[in-house]
Write a protein that binds this ligand. Structure first.
Ligand SMILES: Cc1cc2nc3c(=O)[nH]c(=O)nc-3n(C[C@H](O)[C@H](O)[C@H](O)COP(=O)(O)O)c2cc1C
Length: 422
């Protein structure tokens, strides 16, 4: 269920956004829509684990994969509002969804408020979105040329009018994803202006516009914490969520209501899977702590699941190519013929079916390796493993195991489940 958020009163950006030298200079006022914003957030389940918006990468099959593995909300990739409002083909290709794909935040970039409103209305009227998100964080050159994303940090009255036009004219909430300024007080004033303009949720990517390389720059959780303390609507933290351990650390340090993950989720779509990842090492606030990589067996299985989702929900194959590299890139490094084909040939579903077949073959190979290495030192078990069990593994039928009683059933069960998924 979505909850209508009443439009906030019109206040000019100049009155709301005055660069300040200290946060204390700004009187804390709870905006009138804050209660409705929380009611809406609760109505979508107070989601903590968000698939971040990613151009060509947070598309439907990937969102579904992440949801099946713990994500509780997802953003679409950034859509260009003007093109979306004018071009039916773009709409049909770039925004696909299904009933499992909720809650969903549809993200737009825009320079002109009327383009943004036209695009947002189309989405609202189609009933597929829980909110419309505005991208104020894209730092790429194309955003500079188009006058959107993080380059709007140089034109705050326009930021305000983009948020406000949606808040005043839509029945579903508007949310915003922002970056930080070098100056903490300016960041907080910026976030408060976005909130006052009508945003029902603010996601803060704790990096500067100039910090484009996420892996080499630590996100500033202190800035996120300051924004959370200053705002009355839900706040999400973004940056340096590398594994499940970081989620808890980030939530407790920043006080944020949820987190977004992007790059690490591409490599491990099960990052938010609490039962599966609970034992993963905890990073600390300084950024120490190891990066996490899911075991090869599991990544191969996730890639196979992703391929199945692509079959059910076709998307442009350049997106599939990106995911295949992120999920099983190191495995493809051993299968260079396949990797070269993926890089060189026009992407076709047949090509990715080959990957799927080889990925499944890889799962079996890894199963056999795990199996043999685990039991090789046990004379009885290794005899079994080299006889009936490996036979069972390669034929994916534990039930037909000829070795009775089977001493390895429970160990084999998980591996076989993975194979069965292939
Ligand atoms: C491949 C890719 C595409 C992205 N596309 C978008 C986008 O469409 N909209 C957006 O707001 N941010 C986009 N981002 C930024 C992420 O949403 C996120 O803010 C950033 O990667 C930091 O999160 P992380 O440290 O978990 O990677 C993208 C990031 C990546 C890696």
């Amino acid at each position: 269920m979505t909850v209508a958020v009443p439009p906030p009163p019109a206040v000019p950006a100049s009155a709301l956004y005055e660069p300040r030298t200290t946060m204390d200079a700004a009187p804390l006022q709870r905006p009138p829509h804050a209660d409705m914003a929380w009611e809406w957030f609760r109505s979508i389940g107070s989601p903590k684990f968000h698939v971040a918006p990613m151009v060509d990468q947070s598309e439907l099959p990937f969102r579904l994969l992440c949801r099946r593995h713990g994500a509780t909300c997802a953003y679409t990739p950034m859509l260009h509002a003007r093109i979306f409002s004018q071009d039916r083909k773009y709409r049909e290709e770039m925004l696909t969804t299904c009933s499992e794909d909720r809650p969903l935040l549809v993200q737009f970039c825009a320079h002109e408020p009327q383009h943004l409103l036209a695009a947002a209305r189309l989405v609202q009227d189609s009933g597929v979105a829980d909110a419309i998100d505005i991208n104020f964080g894209c730092p790429q050159r194309i955003a500079k040329r188009g006058g959107y994303g993080a380059f709007l940090m140089d034109d705050l009255p326009r930021v305000e009018s983009l948020v406000r036009v949606l808040a005043q004219n839509l029945r579903i909430p508007v949310t915003a994803k922002i970056r930080i300024f070098p100056d903490l007080a300016k960041t907080v004033a910026y976030a408060r202006m976005v909130e006052a303009a009508g945003a029902s949720l603010v996601a803060v990517h704790g990096r500067l516009r100039e910090q484009k390389d996420n892996s080499s720059t630590r996100a500033d959780w202190d800035a996120i914490r300051a924004v959370k303390a200053a705002l009355s609507v839900p706040v999400l933290a973004n940056g340096n969520i590398r594994h499940l351990g970081d989620v808890g650390a980030c939530l407790s340090y920043t006080g944020a209501d949820g987190v977004l993950s992007a790059e690490s989720l591409l490599a491990d779509p099960a990052l938010f899977d609490v039962p599966a990842r609970a034992s993963v090492a905890v990073g600390d606030v300084s950024g120490r702590g190891r990066w996490y990589s899911a075991p090869p067996l599991e990544r191969l299985s996730l890639a196979a699941q992703y391929m199945d989702l692509v079959r059910a929900h076709p998307v442009p194959l350049r997106m599939v190519r990106g995911h295949v590299h992120k999920m099983v890139g190191d495995w493809l490094a051993e299968h260079t013929d396949l990797r070269d084909n993926i890089n060189r040939l026009p992407p076709t579903i047949q090509l990715f079916c080959q990957v799927r077949v080889r990925v499944c073959g890889g799962v079996k190979e890894v199963c056999v390796c795990v199996y043999v290495s685990r039991f090789a030192n046990d004379p009885v078990l290794s005899r079994h493993a080299c006889g009936g069990h490996i036979h069972c593994v390669t034929h994916c039928r534990l039930a037909r195991c000829s070795v009775a009683p089977c001493p390895l059933t429970s160990c084999s069960f998980l591996l076989l489940l993975l194979i069965e998924q292939c």
